[in-house]
Design a protein around this ligand. Structure first.
Ligand code: NAD
Length: 266
């Protein structure tokens, strides 16, 4: 996909990885809708981007993605504002083992809802012009995370959903490519949640162990995750791929065994 003048919607865009995504998409000439529930940080992000890019190229839309009606309204507002939707990045996520239902709701249920809404607008059969969806999972979606079992479950869900819906898109000729990114630890505010009992609940006692894991695996820069996003968006051959980003191997793809029956379906 040639990114200049494409319209992208990024959830959780106010800070961290989402903000790096917004920056990278703007640098490629996209128009970007910044969706986030944190109004204060969202406005600060928009103000900072306005200093670098034409203010008309971004819109900040405050929205709690876990609220179905508000999410629908946000999509509607963005498509009305920019006249189209070409790229959806389902990035917003939380790390909360204490309120684990919130983790499933935000990281998985709302991401699925976002994907379905995105498809409604982008699918060629609905009159859309096609596009690309990128879901943000985690390495914890491919391997166990002993201190974050529900976070890990939510991210395994994102990986399974992404691979399956990508295949549905290919079989149904939606014209939309759907891929996921699984980063290792990334230097963003979410890492602070590891120190908070209100987030970690019963796993708080093991925080030193998580710190040791971080030291072992290292911590990535959000810009590298944004590089991975751009690669997934620009390469039209990629659909149903699970991109991994790690300190020792950089940007690469998870390799799965072939699926002989499924490959006949595509
Ligand atoms: N930082 C890491 O180590 C890491 C590693 C792998 C995957 N991830 C994933 O990357 C994504 C981005 O994480 P991050 O590290 O930038 O975290 P972050 O906490 O810095 O940013 C997340 C953003 O999402 C927003 N958000 C949270 N819940 C929301 C909701 N219900 N509605 C709208 N916005 C909401 C927050 O306000 C925040 O701006 C998440 O899905 C996270 O699970 C992060």
């Amino acid at each position: 996909m040639h990114l200049a003048d494409k319209v992208a919607l990024v959830t959780g865009a106010a800070q961290g990885i989402g903000r790096a995504f917004a920056q990278a998409l703007l640098e490629k000439g996209c128009k970007v809708a910044l969706v986030d529930l944190n109004v204060e940080v969202g406005k600060t992000c928009k103000d900072a981007l306005d200093k670098q890019f034409d203010a008309q190229r971004t819109i900040f839309v405050p929205c709690d993605i876990s609220n179905e009606e508000k999410l629908k309204d946000a999509f509607k507002k963005i498509v009305h504002h920019f006249g189209q939707l070409d790229i959806l990045v389902n990035n917003a996520g939380v790390n909360n083992e204490n309120n684990w239902e919130l983790t499933i709701q935000t990281n998985l249920i709302s991401l699925i809802r976002g994907t379905y809404l995105g498809l409604e607008y982008m699918k060629t059969e609905n009159g859309g012009t096609g596009g690309a969806i990128v879901n943000i999972a985690s390495l914890a979606g491919l391997m166990p995370a002993p201190h974050q079992p529900v976070y890990s479950a939510s991210k395994h869900g994102v990986v399974g959903f992404t691979r399956s819906i990508a295949m549905a898109s290919s079989v149904g000729k939606y014209g939309v490519r759907i891929n996921a990114i699984c980063p290792g630890f990334v230097n963003t505010p979410i890492l602070q949640s590891i120190d908070k009992e209100e987030n970690m609940g019963q796993y708080s006692a093991y925080k030193e162990n998580i710190r040791d894991m971080m030291k072992f695996y290292g911590i990535l820069d959000p810009q590298l995750i944004a590089e991975g996003l751009i690669k997934l968006l620009e390469d039209d051959k990629l659909n149903g791929e699970i991109m991994k980003i790690t300190t020792n191997q950089g940007i690469h793809f998870h390799e799965y065994s072939p699926l002989p029956f499924h490959s006949k379906m595509q």
